[in-house]
Design a protein around this ligand. Structure first.
Ligand SMILES: [Zn+2]
Length: 343
């Protein structure tokens, strides 16, 4: 780390996060939907580097190591358990190398997530999860990270195990819940109360990520902001969730059994909607403003610019007035076609 750490960055103003690596690399043909294990880290590292670079140019303040689902049980399912350590170490190296291409002060985050191995009623699974987090984050810390993001947590109990492992390594922590259920974590805690508990245990940042789009995440984040004294994060999916379908998993479309996770495009937020989210989150006092599954660099750049920044990719930000059909003085020939466009 060459510049200020996470706590200092949060004090200086909103930190801009960018995630959604798994969804984007699946679309690009490098990750298999279903298992969603980031094999790309070892198989096509240049593809990971390119996406890091795109988010960096779009203004992301954090390069997140792509270790989502890179844990022992998932890799065992794919017959790649022997690649576990190499995959986790390589992911951090790729994130660090990308961060070093930035203007300075770009943070590198280690990453763990919901494991699907945790059962609140079976203590043996608690030990299994703790062991997986311990080995993953041990390798990440060894490679050199600035803080850890524990995310998409369905269970407060599992999130607390992650927090303890992060704290045992002496690293700052961002622990966020996936508000998948209408009101409570899967182990029965109101989301606001769960964040209060995480804050009370010393998490650096608490909040929400994934599952909910801006419209259904912001009201819940506002309550969390009121309830805790520490920094708050909000990283929604860029999809148009509604009161009736508050999560991307609950979105439906006529003629389709299920749109999650592979047919979500018709529900995608525009860059303008994500810019609006960034402003609204900042105005609520959210300290870590980001985006999750479904994000593209165009969202991140619009969010950065909404937060008042000029970023490397701003060099190519839209100039609609330079389009022959949209400029103030459309010439006579084009005006006739413009009339048909607008009909
Ligand atoms: Zn996500």
């Amino acid at each position: 780390m060459s510049g200020p750490g996470l706590a200092e960055r949060l004090r200086d103003g909103a930190v801009l996060g960018a995630e959604g690596y798994v969804f984007e690399l699946e679309r690009r043909g490098y990750i298999k939907a279903g298992p969603y294990v980031p094999e790309v880290v070892l198989d096509f590292p240049a593809a990971v580097t390119e996406l890091h670079r795109e988010f960096l140019r779009a203004g992301a303040d954090v390069m997140v190591a792509l270790t989502y689902y890179a844990h022992r049980e998932k890799l065992r399912d794919l017959g790649r358990e022997g690649d576990l350590e190499a995959m986790n170490r390589q992911a951090v190296r790729l994130a660090r190398a990308a961060a070093n291409e930035g203007a300075g002060g770009v943070l590198v985050a280690g990453n763990v997530s919901n494991t699907w191995a945790y059962d609140p009623d079976d203590r043996s699974t608690w030990d299994t999860v703790r062991a997986m987090y311990t080995e993953q984050l041990g390798w990440a810390a060894d490679e050199g990270i600035d803080f850890v993001i524990s995310e998409t947590n369905d269970y407060l109990g599992e999130a607390l195990i992650a927090l303890e492992v992060i704290q045992s390594l002496g690293l700052p922590s961002m622990v966020t819940l996936a508000a998948t259920q209408p009101g409570h974590t899967r182990d029965g805690y109101d989301y606001v109360e769960a964040c209060r508990i995480l804050a009370g245990r010393g998490a650096t940042v608490v909040g929400l990520n994934c599952d909910r789009g801006p419209a259904t995440m912001l009201p819940l984040v506002a309550q969390i902001r009121e309830a805790v004294g520490c920094a708050v994060a909000a990283q929604p999916v860029p999809y148009r969730t509604t009161a009736g379908s508050p999560t991307m998993q609950s979105l439906t479309s006529e003629g389709a059994n299920r749109v999650f996770p592979l047919a979500l495009e018709p529900f995608g937020c525009t860059r303008f909607e994500m810019a609006g989210f960034a402003r609204a989150a900042r105005d609520l006092g959210v300290n870590y403003v980001g985006v999750c599954c479904g994000a593209g660099p165009h969202h991140v750049r619009a969010m950065a610019e909404a937060l008042g920044r000029e970023v490397p990719a701003s060099r190519y930000s839209p100039a609609p007035d330079l389009h022959p059909m949209y400029r103030a003085a459309v010439n006579a020939r084009d005006a006739s076609f413009a009339a048909a466009w607008n009909a």
